[in-house]
Design a protein around this ligand. Structure first.
Ligand code: DGY
Length: 318
């Protein structure tokens, strides 16, 4: 029986694949501090963690028996994968299973930002709605508009399917030519052409502040920006400025640079829909993500190949 540290509470059924192991999970559901995590990992064989846990070389150094880290997320920028690989620790994530749910939310943000839903609802709730007006809450049409998708992996493609059902023209940019219709090699060109732009790239050194002040300035004044990927892909300060100055029409944001903090100028910006990182948050998807992560742990501990290693080279080692 191995010792598996589970950093946070998982949805019902999420622990089933590792039920035969010793599971270390706290009664309360607070985040581990760096020191607490290192202490908890001291004699652990496996870690199941969330994207809110920073798992760096220091934590791994304190865990000589650690064999596998499974992140209950597709993004794994919270884990130092190089440090794990150096120590022959397998890192796993949960790709695929959350694509449709996340694309649903991204499309909801396109709709909500184009049609000014947050501002309109907020006025109504605060008793500021004076009744129907011909020029009240005028937004931008979604049907017939051009959607620019940045990053055309599984989630980007799932979003494209939704957009075509709304009679949108879809163009996309990716680092490598996808060979698919609508491919635009130059990101700047896509930003200038699209009416709504949705980001679906992983966070890494190449994508940090991919959307900065210069690129925001390329967007149409009627355009909206949607981010369900990772906060630091957008320069939040520059985005807030673009919204306040009217350089772009609106934004739909689910992820932030310093979660759970939200840039104060974004909070006060007009026509921005702000959600608390809920892209994959449906009961079915979050349960499936948890089970996928714990199944990977069970597989590694049993000497089987896990379905979703992000550093598969470790598995080739004797
Ligand atoms: C992920 O999986 O990376 C998402 O951001 C959380 O659903």
């Amino acid at each position: 029986m191995a010792r598996v540290v589970v950093s946070r509470h998982l949805p019902d059924g999420g622990l089933d694949p590792i039920a035969h192991h010793e599971i270390v999970i706290r009664d309360h559901d607070d985040r581990y501090s760096a020191g607490e995590l290192a202490a908890a990992l001291a004699d652990a064989d496996a870690l199941v963690c969330l994207l809110t846990d920073r798992v760096d070389g220091g934590a791994m150094e304190a865990a000589p028996a650690l064999r596998v880290i499974a992140n209950v997320a597709v993004g794994f920028d919270n884990i130092d994968v190089a440090a794990a690989t150096e120590r022959s620790i397998v890192v796993c994530n949960t790709p695929g299973i959350l694509d449709e749910t996340t694309a649903d939310l991204a499309f909801a943000l396109v709709l909500a930002a184009c049609r000014r839903m947050s501002a309109a609802e907020s006025d109504l709730r605060q008793g500021n709605w004076q009744g129907w007006e011909l020029s009240g809450y005028l937004g931008q049409d979604v049907h017939g508009a051009t959607l620019g998708i940045v990053g055309f992996g599984r989630i980007g493609q799932a979003l494209a399917r939704r957009a075509s059902g709304f009679s949108m023209e879809v163009i996309h940019h990716a680092r490598r030519d996808t060979g698919l219709p609508g491919y635009v090699a130059d990101l700047d060109e896509l930003l200038a052409r699209a009416d709504a732009i949705s980001l679906h790239v992983p966070l890494g050194p190449d994508t940090h502040h991919l959307i900065d002040a210069r690129r925001l300035a390329l967007m149409k004044p009627t355009a909206v920006l949607v981010n369900t990927a990772r906060g630091p892909v957008v320069d939040e300060e520059a985005l807030a400025e673009a919204l306040h100055s009217g350089a772009i029409f609106g934004a739909g944001i689910d992820v932030y640079e310093k979660e759970p903090a939200v840039h104060p100028r974004l909070l006060s910006a007009p026509n921005v829909v702000l959600l608390p990182h809920i892209g994959s948050a449906s009961v079915r998807t979050r349960t499936a993500m948890a089970r996928m992560a714990t199944q990977c742990v069970a597989d590694v501990l049993a000497g089987r190949r896990p379905a979703h290693p992000v550093n598969p080279e470790v598995l080739e080692r004797p």
